[in-house]
Ligand binder design. Structure first.
Ligand code: BTN
Length: 320
């Protein structure tokens, strides 16, 4: 967009000259941009100045913000899709390449963990899935979800200026409320990983949450009052994630991530309720090991590790 590339005011005549159009066409062009949601200031004898762009979530907008070489695969945007995870799995079955991104403005059947629904209204939040085809042992796949959580915490901190925490294994928490969830799914062929889909939902700009979840869930904007430019935020997440992902593929374990992870772990030192096959046990969370398992302590002092997928972890008095 022409005005975006200009610093400060640009005169109507300059726009005519640079775009090779008439004065009337400039006036029409500015009005069309205003209708699309651009905020443009017009001042006599100075010209036009772009004050704010609408929060578009498009391929073009994302790619403008994404450094070259961040992703090796396809980047595909949907105005609306059932679930970006389902779409990524369909594309995987058709042979889509490693490091492909599927992102949407709205999901009609967004999926959460444990068969829950992920509410995905249009124009406000961020929904995407990364299709990865790593050479990894099957048992290591669940670690990827912790790598994604680190990237999600880092980018949330960058945009809010506040410390964002991780509720093990991969919920992002701000002011004790969940602002992002991650759902990782895997496809196997002959007992080897054919693909992993890392699906991420960030609550960024939504301010309305139904009563039944408003004490547990929130958005970055609701908590801080700062609107999030979605395409730029997603591009930043991808950079944060791919850097860590490439390191993880080399190291094949989380040893070098433990310190960063534990510094964000909301459960650390707190009593947690571990729900395993319907049975509840109270433990104190101490940290994670290099496999990404949660290390917990029984009242007797005995240590145990808890594997992702196996259990659900809750705080004693609420969500964290
Ligand atoms: C959770 O329950 O915490 C996980 C939520 C994951 C939601 C994201 S939104 C993008 C991707 N597509 C889905 O259907 N789910 C994930």
């Amino acid at each position: 967009m022409f005005l975006k590339e200009q610093q400060g005011f640009v005169s109507g005549q300059d726009i005519c000259d640079q775009l090779g159009i008439s004065r009337t066409a400039v006036w029409k062009y500015i009005n069309k941009l205003k209708e699309e949601g651009y905020e443009i200031e017009s001042v006599t004898r100075k010209g036009y100045r772009l004050l704010q762009s609408p929060d578009f979530m498009t391929e073009e907008e994302l790619i403008q913000n994404l450094p070259d070489g961040t992703l090796a695969g396809d980047v595909i945007y949907y105005d609306s899709v059932d679930s970006t995870n389902e779409e990524a799995k369909r594309k995987a079955a058709q042979g889509a390449p490693d490091e492909s991104l599927y992102f949407a403005d709205n999901q009609t059947a967004g999926k959460g963990r444990r068969g829950r629904t992920w509410v995905s209204p249009k124009g406000e939040d961020i929904f995407f899935s990364l299709l990865l085809r790593p050479e990894l042992p099957v048992e290591s796949a669940s670690m990827l979800t912790l790598v994604a959580a680190l990237a999600a915490a880092a980018v949330s901190e960058k945009y809010t200026g506040e410390t964002c925490q991780i509720k093990w294994p991969n919920d992002i928490v701000l002011h004790d409320k969940k602002v992002c969830g991650i759902l990782t799914e895997m496809g196997l062929e002959m007992n080897e990983i054919s693909y992993i889909v890392v699906g991420v939902g960030f609550n960024v700009n939504r301010t309305e949450f139904s009563e039944d979840i408003s004490d547990m869930a929130s958005s970055l904007c609701k908590e801080t009052g700062k609107k999030v430019p979605r395409a730029q935020f997603l591009a930043d997440f991808l950079v944060e994630f791919m850097n860590r992902y490439r390191r993880f593929l080399k190291e094949q374990n989380l040893a070098s991530f433990v310190e960063e992870y534990e510094s964000h772990l909301v459960n650390i030192g707190r009593k947690v309720k571990i729900i395993r096959k319907g049975q509840e046990e109270i433990r104190t969370a101490l940290g994670i090991n290099e496999m990404g398992e949660l290390i917990v302590q029984k009242e007797t002092g005995e240590l145990e590790t808890v594997f992702t997928g196996e259990v659900s972890v809750r705080g004693l008095y609420g969500y964290v």
